[in-house]
Design a protein around this ligand. Structure first.
Ligand code: SF4
Ligand code: SF4
Length: 439
């Protein structure tokens, strides 16, 4: 079988062997969960509860006030201890609802099964997905209801399910596909109905032959195609996936909508199915705990709001000398300053690293390796220099906003220049300047 791929990219060590064969284990929720009201791309949710309120499992505790937002739900039943600022894994403190867990998991009455999910229309599916607080679970946490609502002048013909999980070490999506195949494929069909697409393609990297074989053996009441992709990083970036599977190029500054495509992560598809068929809000997710500093690497199903510390302890604790905790994968993940931060909807992994030391940085030698590996066709060394010298207009015209922050440039740089840090800084400055102007 011909394996598809995209131009450029890199081959970092995969290191998935520690957990790829470990089934998802359900972690009992802790005595107390901390649920941030901002866990997604867009506006924060507005609190619907106050200190002292009783809440139920799956009860809506934060309202997504606009389309570019997401509702937030309690991941346990119990009492609200506070609604206050709390450390957040994305950096800045965020208002969070802290709930003491009564251990009873009393469900909210609005969690009701829907008997005929495939007979629902697009508007109803979108409404249920928005109410359930579903966001992209691949890490970007983009509100799914927005993706299910393409502009009228941009008809969608294809839904791509992203089963690549191209970040090294992470294997939770791999396990979700193996252990919840019906939920994943049924969710894809709901996405197809909501977007009006004709075709569903599931893209799977060739380092997961068990997933491809399992999906190929099963029968489905609707049409689904499965495609094998070469294992290469960042195969799972939306634009790369579209280029590999459909040979369509998303224009600079554009979105998959522009080429008739909607891309969803496999875990998101499962969440969509559970939201529509069971009425289940997004209050738990699958994630991988791994890295050289963790005693027992695992794949876990974890309630949103569980502190990283609780999860690390459940995995046997950090090994002596470990000094770095990262949320996400090793390429795109974010280093944490405290392990007290809670799991949010975008937490695809928790990595613990033993004895890391900052790499010494050298001057750029002009080797252009960063250019040769950038999947977006950018010139990272130039972007870095523009940001360094505050030439933000030049950085913007050189395409800095198209950078997906995959880290391929930094990984291949022999001078160990923190290219992504510079690019991220430049992007943040440009975006906040634009926000100020539009406000
Ligand atoms: S410039 Fe951005 S998109 Fe290109 S390799 Fe670097 S991080 Fe990835
Ligand atoms: S890879 Fe590093 S050293 Fe080479 S051109 Fe890019 S920034 Fe300079």
């Amino acid at each position: 079988m011909k394996k598809k791929t995209f131009p450029r990219g890199i081959h970092p060590p995969e290191d998935k062997h520690n957990t790829e064969a470990s089934p998802l284990e359900t972690l009992a929720p802790p005595d107390k969960v901390v649920i941030p009201l901002h866990q997604h791309f867009g506006a924060p949710a507005k609190a619907l509860v106050k200190k002292g309120d009783e809440v139920l499992l799956g009860q809506k505790i934060g309202e997504g006030p606009v389309l570019f937002s997401a509702c937030v739900h309690s991941s346990v039943s119990g009492k609200v201890l506070s609604v206050d600022g709390y450390p957040h894994p994305m950096g800045k403190p965020v208002t969070a609802v802290t709930v003491s867990n009564d251990g009873e998991d009393r469900p909210a009455p609005e969690i009701q099964a829907e008997n005929a999910p495939f007979s629902l229309g697009p508007d109803e599916i979108r409404r249920m997905v928005k109410e359930a607080g579903i966001v992209g679970l691949g890490g970007a946490a983009f509100p799914t209801a927005v993706k299910l609502n393409p502009p009228k002048d941009k008809p969608i013909d294809t839904v791509i399910l992203n089963g690549c999980e191209c970040e090294p070490l992470l294997t939770a999506d791999h396990r979700v596909m193996l252990e919840y195949p019906d939920e994943v494929i049924n969710g894809a069909e709901l996405v197809r109905i909501a977007t009006g697409a004709r075709r569903i393609i599931v893209g799977i990297e060739d380092n997961k032959p068990d997933v491809y074989e399992m999906f190929s053996r099963r029968s489905y009441p609707f049409e689904v195609e499965f495609a094998v992709l070469k294992t290469k990083y960042p195969q799972g970036a939306e634009k790369n996936l579209i280029a590999a599977l459909l040979k369509r190029e998303v224009p600079r500054g554009g979105l998959p909508f522009d080429v008739g495509v909607v891309v969803q992560n496999v875990g998101t598809a499962k969440a969509v199915w559970e939201a529509v068929s069971e009425g289940k809000p997004l209050y738990e997710r699958a994630l991988t705990v791994s890295g050289t500093g963790i005693s027992n690497p695992k794949n876990l199903m974890v309630r949103i709001g569980t502190p990283f510390r609780h999860i690390i302890d459940h995995c046997g604790g950090a090994k002596e000398g470990s000094n770095l905790v990262v949320m996400g994968g090793p390429m795109m993940g974010l280093a944490q300053w405290t392990a007290e931060v809670p799991v949010i909807k975008g937490t695809s992994g928790i990595l613990v690293w033993a004895e890391t030391r900052p790499a010494r940085e050298y001057s750029c030698i002009g080797c252009m390796r960063c250019v040769g590996h950038c999947p977006m066709g950018l010139v990272p060394t130039r972007l870095m220099k523009f940001v360094k010298y505050d030439a933000l207009a030049e950085a913007e015209s050189a395409g800095i906003l198209d950078c997906v922050e995959c880290g391929s440039c930094q990984f291949s740089c022999p001078a160990r220049i923190p290219l992504v840090h510079w690019i991220r800084l430049g992007k943040n400055k440009i975006i906040s300047e634009k926000r100020k102007k539009s406000a």
